[in-house]
Design a protein around this ligand. Sequence first.
Ligand code: UDP
Length: 329
Amino acid sequence: MAVLVTGGAGYIGSHMVLALLDADFEVVVLDDLSTGFDWLVHPEAALVRGDVADAALVRGIVERYDIEAVVHFAARIVVPESVIDPLGYYHANTAKSRAFLEALIAAGVRQIIFSSTAAVYGMVGCDPVHEDAALAPISPYGRSKLMTEWMLLDAAMAHPLKYVALRYFNVAGADPAGRAGQSTRAATHLIKVAAEAALGKRAGLDIFGTDYPTPDGTCLRDYIHVTDLVAAHLDALRYLRTGGASRVLNCGYGWGYSVREVVDTVKRVSGIDFPVRICPRRVGDPPAIVAGAQCIRSDLGWSPKLADLDVIVAHALSWERQLGERNRM
Ligand code: UDP
């Protein structure tokens, strides 16, 4: 079976490619390489450089490789950037997904796994948020993804299409075997930034806000290992292939850590102290967001294997060191 992975040269996409190849799927990557890296794509996968909104290209790929299912990661993903450039985000995430979906349906693809986000919920409390909670995203990023969820919902009612939309919580860590990891330049995500600070790649780390209504005043997030996350996509693929109905599911562990706890963990696991500055809140950050994580386990049979912040941090650090070596070459 051939699977098309959009954004397969990016952080999560490159791990998905590895998981699919490990499970003996044929894999085709469609990526415009705007933020991804061709060297992150395993050579056993076919890499097509191009735009998901290019209908002729998408149709050609589906026909040539006999694509049965699609995993759609390609997107812009930085919440604060979406606040500054909302229309850019609606274009990249919503408009392009609309065109992509249309091309897939026309080409006869019937199974889609979509990268959605916990940002669709908006301001929630410290308790786990479940899939049926009110959807009130507070950033253009969250809204751009929610609109795509809605397009999938409507399209799946009108066409012979089934989908699983996975609402990611905070994805972090790297392939345990060291084959891939978060490689984005000018990264903004906490564990990546902290790993860079620990390894001296940046002067230190800024904590954005210590006056939130959370136990230690810093934001609470549900950090999930990227390998567990891509395993959920494989489970979703198998679920759809065996006739499962469309689903929207949280993808997180069900418990959270504060920014301070993450920073302390990175210091402890690396054995390196690095400077930390307390800064004002960052625009668009909800105080807490933790997954209600039962549905994905019961519906897909997902069973995470790396649900441990120390492990996530150790793998992130190990990749960061490898990346340092690579950039010196
Ligand atoms: N954060 C921080 N300093 C950083 C990066 C992130 O204090 O250098 C905080 C951020 O304000 C948020 C949490 O860490 O409260 C997680 O942010 P991240 O960008 O990793 O993911 P998000 O939850 O925004 O998707």
